[in-house]
Ligand binder design. Sequence first.
Ligand SMILES: [Zn+2]
Length: 209
Amino acid sequence: MLPNVIILLGGPASGKGTQAKVLAKRIGYTYFGTGDLMRAEVEKGTDLGKTMADLMNRGKLVPDKLTIPIVINRLEELRSTNIVLDGFPRNLDQAEILQDVFPNENFLVLNIEVSGDELLKRMSSRRICDKCGNIITVKNDEKVCEKCGGNLIQRDDDKPEVLTKRIQSYEEQTKPIIAYYREKGLVRDIDGQPPIEEVTKEIFNYTDF
Ligand SMILES: [Zn+2]
């Protein structure tokens, strides 16, 4: 049976967001990204949205206690839909929340593996648009967003001094999730080192779609 909940896991800058979107589009699943969900909340202009906007504008990550209620809400709306998850679950607690919301679904976990050195290289050339939230990898230190003309800034989280820390925290929090799903026989490992298009091909080979 085809899995109806597909979870993309991978370190920061592993390319999992891009792969999740491409995969969802190709197989007709609903893409569920925590980043998009947060931006939607900001656009609604709720108090929570304003708090989040403030954090994001300062290049900070939005903490779990703010995101989880929105995530659960949206997951419940999607209960009978086929989905591709990007950015959730991020730790074991969240994996258990997901299990509670979707107790009877078939899961597939695609674990995109990229070496620590390569992640560091990619993250240090990553910029986010301060207007549309577009995330791009710069080659020549470009300053302007091609999509909307906004300023490309480096998030505090992508600055060299915190990169190693982020990779460590990914290892600490997400590795246990991989182990948790691996034990259930749900994990497919994907080599995330090659260029995006090649990784996409590998994913399609593995998922048989
Ligand atoms: Zn932009």
